[in-house]
Design a binder for this molecule. Structure first.
Ligand SMILES: [Zn+2]
Length: 343
């Protein structure tokens, strides 16, 4: 098959659309012909060699894909060729002690598409049948690929980790990103009042269109003061931080007593300033997002299907030019998801 594979770490051009061996589908696997695959910030780190995952090269990236089953192993169960599907992005090993104790969420040996095994940046991907998530035949494969990761992540953060309640005041920094945009919509569905920040005025209108009640354009100076001015002095019940970086401490500082910050990403900086004194004086909670379980993914797919949550697609690129998609994402000028599509 053809795939955007990289044989060594490097810039976007390190990914070459090349002939690589077809993935092998075992008796319990299905072979999926990829129709669309989301591009993530973490893909850029993986390709550049700055990710903290160890990779076995060559690697085919792509954790969130949709496509059509073209072959199914003898023990693959009810999933048959022709079915439109997606898959869990990561899944437990099924063999370790934690898995044996029925705690797959604590498995230390997760398999991750595009990290520990080849993902959706190619024509075909082999998927264990038990992690296949069937889609409806009428679903748009691009819309589902764009939304499956970001909406399930956001849904889990809002409803399972932060326990957002109607009337809560929620801050979502850098809300032009994929997860952050879904966070805006999930928090609104939960009944919150949402303040979002953006880096440039050009992005403000698009974030407001997602439902944010307040959109604050970041300027040089005291962001915490600017946020509290925008809320009339009311402090935030919850902060959803999908970027990290040097503003982490400022975003934490606008929480109310015993407020919660949930973190799920760090492309603005992985090591952040943190003042411990106000953290414990205020009883703030910092919660790490780990994984959205399958039931949250199912809920999220239904919310996308029925139009409750929309994930803007910023751009699509043919998988044969995945390098261009990476360069586009690196410029950080867009709002919404970047997709690779077949062809
Ligand atoms: Zn395990």
């Amino acid at each position: 098959m053809k795939a955007a594979a990289f044989y060594e770490y490097g810039p976007a051009e390190a990914m070459q659309y090349a002939d690589i061996p077809d993935p092998v589908a075992g008796p319990g696997d299905v072979l999926v012909q990829v129709q669309a695959c989301g591009v993530n910030h973490s893909d850029l780190d993986s390709r550049a060699g700055t990710s903290r995952w160890p990779f076995e090269l060559p690697m085919v990236l792509g954790a969130e894909f949709t496509g059509t089953v073209v072959d199914a192993g003898d023990r693959a169960g009810p999933i048959q060729p022709g079915a439109l599907v997606t898959a869990l992005q990561q899944y437990s090993c099924g063999r370790c002690g934690q898995c044996a104790k029925w705690r797959p969420d604590l498995c230390a040996a997760f398999e991750v598409f595009g990290t520990t095994r080849w993902g959706g940046y190619g024509e075909l991907v082999s998927v264990p049948a038990e992690v296949v998530v069937p889609l409806d035949p009428g679903d748009d494969p691009l819309v589902m690929a764009a939304g499956q990761c970001v909406v399930s992540t956001a849904w889990h953060m809002v409803n399972r980790l932060a326990l957002v309640r109607p009337g809560d005041l929620v801050l979502i920094p850098s809300a032009s990103g994929g997860v952050a945009g879904a966070l805006v919509q999930c928090a609104k569905l939960a009944g919150a009042t949402v303040a979002a920040t953006v880096g440039t005025a050009a992005k403000a209108g698009q974030v407001a269109a997602l439902g944010a009640d307040m959109v604050i354009v970041r300027e040089d100076g005291d962001i915490a003061r600017g946020l509290l001015r925008a809320t009339g002095g009311r402090r935030f019940d919850v902060v959803f931080d999908s970027v990290g970086g040097q503003l982490f401490g400022a975003h934490l500082s606008v929480l109310r007593e015993e407020g919660t910050l949930v973190t799920c990403g760090a492309h603005a900086g992985e090591v952040v300033p943190l003042d411990l004194i106000p953290l414990f004086r205020n009883g703030w909670r910092i919660v790490g997002f780990r994984i959205a379980p399958p039931d949250d993914l199912s809920t999220s797919l239904e919310l996308i299907r029925n139009g409750s949550i929309k994930v803007p697609i910023a751009a699509t690129f043919p998988v044969s030019d995945a390098a261009a998609a990476h360069r586009f994402l690196e410029r950080r000028q867009h709002v919404g998801k970047v997709l690779l599509v077949a062809g």
